[in-house]
Structure formats: C-alpha cells, structure tokens
Design a protein around this ligand. Structure first.
Ligand code: FDA
Length: 324
C-alpha cells in the first residue's frame, strides 16, 4: 500500500498521534527545514521565515479588514541563550508592528521563553515582552501547550496580568480541567482564547473523542460569551461558529464584545464570510525558521493536508527534474 493510501485509511486519531509524535523529532525538523521541497507547502501556513518576509502578509490581512496576532515561531528551547534570542525577536516584532501603525498583538509560547529550563528565567523573559507590549499599548496572548505546562502557564499568566491587563491566555476544551480554569480566569478579569487543543493528551486529563471535545467547547464558549469576558473563539469548525452566532443573536451580544480567531492559511472562505457579516476576525500569523512542530500540528489536525503536502512535494520534485 502506498504512503498516500495508508494516510487515507488510517483512523484520524492514529494519524493525529503519529504527526504529533513526529512533531517532537528534532532530526526530522532539521531535515525538513533544510529541504527546498517543503517551502511551498509550508508557505500556506507560515507567513515567512523572517519578519520582513511576513510583514506584507500581515499588512494585506489588515487591509482586508482582518485583525492579526503575530507568533514568532519557536518552542521547547533548551538553553537560556536561545530563550534570550526569542525575547529579542519578540521585541523587534512588537517594535516593527508599532512603528508601521499595525496592531501590536502577539502570541507566544512559554517553552520558547525557557519554561523547560527554569521557571524564573521564563517569567523574567516573558515580563520583558509584556513590558514592550505595554509600552505600545498592545496585547499579548500566552498560547497553551500540552497539559504538563498548564499550571505553570496559568501561574505566569496571573503574574503578567496583574502587571498589565492586556495579557490573555489560551484554554483548551480538550482538557477536563478547563471548566474550572475558565471560571478562575474570568473571575480575575482575564481574557480567554478558547481552542480545542492541538496536543495528544492522555485520557486521564483529556476528552479523547471529537464529540466530547466539541461539546465542551460549546459549553465553555457559551459561558464566556454570557460572562461578557471578551472571549476569542479560536476555531474553524462551522458548527461551533454557527452556534456562537446563534448565542450572540439570541442574547443581543455586541460584536465588539468577542472575536473569532483562525489560523493563517486555514479556511480563508470562512474568515471572509464572517468579516462580510460584520464580525471581528483575528488571524494567527506565524513567522520564523522554526516552523516544523507548528506545521506538523497542522498536518495532524487534518489528514487531507498530508495529501496536499505530498502533491506539492511531488510537483516541486517534477519541476526540479524537468529543469535539470
Ligand atoms: P476541527 O479540528 O474540528 O476542524 C474543523 C474544520 O476546520 C475542519 O473540518 C477543516 O475544514 C478546518 N481545519 C481545521 N484545522 C485545519 C488545518 N490544520 N488545515 C486545514 N483545515 C483545517 N491549540 C493549542 O493547543 N494551543 C493554542 O494556544 C492554540 N492556539 C490557537 C490559536 C488560533 C487562532 C487557532 C484557530 C487555533 C489554535 N490552536 C491552539 C489549535 C486548536 O487547538 C486546534 O487544534 C485547531 O484550531 C483545529 O481545531 P478546529 O477548532 O479548527 O476544529
């Protein structure tokens, strides 16, 4: 059976686990990042490898009426020097967005700031980014990684939010604990981005079926909307988006009290449709060299992307051979 056929017949959950486990493989990351074959495929999900390359995409989105949050790709850094370099990239990004009059809204991962090296080091690094964002009246969102990082992420979020209110955090409907976390964050006046969760989590801490994850998303979304907690509803799921619109219309919730969020390159048709209907939509725009784990999670979410990737790689290879 060819690789493509295997991809088609394997259950979604198996494929998802496979790609998420491959996302941790540093040797594959090195190979993929060096290969010219991966470039055109990655470009669908990643705005560029440098800030200069990504800026036109950010400007184009904002000109089209979409909002953006910029993610400087990187995670699980293994040395204080790499964490410090990540901080510098964020400071440069915030400065560049602000200098161009663009929305200074960024998203970051705590393992990129050194969470797995030392918690205090991470907190100090995060605070440097928060201070820079505060200086330009921007917004910073802490992405949520796998469940072993949830407590630390929420602790550091609390400290950052005490200092500057425009710091938000992400909650994953896949996790069983999320209902309590949503209540605690909302009580503290914090802003939640609600997503389903992109990691392969054990059943002790997470719902393992799509049905259960979606049902929890619907419950938490309704609670956040009714609490007037300025939620960011991060999903491309048309059923959940329709449910959100139903709640908002039923309750007469104003359109500036929440926003939809989607990933760069995913469901551009839905992004446009929501904008045309007058909703706020923010696009998560990643850029940087360290795109491999992010990209693998996008493959894990939608097995059809693997076919898309294989077609593009074969197309590139054929072009290369023709050009010989
Ligand atoms: P679902 O996976 O059910 O997909 C619904 C439909 O959306 C699919 O049928 C398909 O049409 C489309 N779709 C979804 N993913 C696609 C893809 N990769 N390529 C093409 N089409 C796709 N996760 C996390 O753990 N921590 C975080 O901090 C964040 N942050 C974040 C920010 C933003 C703005 C978004 C939109 C998402 C995240 N996520 C995340 C990822 C999130 O947890 C989840 O893995 C993906 O959004 C996919 O789930 P959906 O809600 O889109 O539903």
């Amino acid at each position: 059976m060819s690789f493509r056929e295997t991809v088609r017949v394997l259950p979604h959950r198996t494929m998802r686990s496979l790609f998420i486990s491959l996302s941790h493989r540093r040797s594959l990351a090195r190979l993929a990042v060096r290969s010219p074959l991966t470039r055109p495929v990655v470009a669908r999900f990643v705005a560029g490898e440098t800030l200069d390359a990504a800026l036109p995409a950010i400007v184009a989105l904002q000109n089209a009426g979409l909002r953006t949050t910029v993610d400087v790709l990187g995670e699980s850094v293994t040395s204080p020097e790499l964490a410090a370099a990540a901080v510098e990239r964020y400071l440069a990004t915030v400065a560049a967005l602000s200098a161009r009059g663009l929305d200074a809204n960024v998203s970051l991962k705590l393992t990129q700031m050194g969470l797995e090296i030392d918690r205090d080091l991470c907190r100090n690094n995060v605070m440097r980014v928060v201070e820079a964002v505060e200086t330009v009246n921007g917004f910073v969102r802490f992405d949520m990684e796998d469940h072993t990082k949830t407590d630390a992420t929420l602790d550091i979020w609390r400290a950052a939010h005490d200092r500057y209110a425009q710091v938000g955090v992400v909650i994953q409907s896949a996790l069983r604990r999320s209902s309590a976390d949503v209540d605690a964050i909302t009580a503290a006046g914090g802003r939640v981005r609600l997503c389903k969760g992109a990691y392969d989590e054990p059943s002790g801490v997470a719902y393992r079926t799509k049905q259960a994850v979606d049902a929890n998303y619907a419950r938490l979304m309704e609670r956040l909307l009714l609490a007037d907690a300025h939620p960011a509803l991060a999903t491309h799921d048309p059923r959940l988006i329709a449910r959100a619109i139903q709640i908002v219309e039923r309750e007469g919730i104003a359109r500036d009290r929440f926003e939809f969020q989607m990933l760069y390159g995913v469901r551009r048709d839905l992004q446009r449709m929501l904008i045309d209907r007058g909703y706020r939509v923010r696009i998560y725009v990643p850029y940087g060299m360290e795109w491999y784990p992010y990209f693998m999670r996008r493959l894990a979410e939608r097995p059809a992307n693997v076919g898309f990737m294989l077609r593009a790689v074969l197309h590139e290879e054929a072009r290369r051979l023709r050009g010989r």
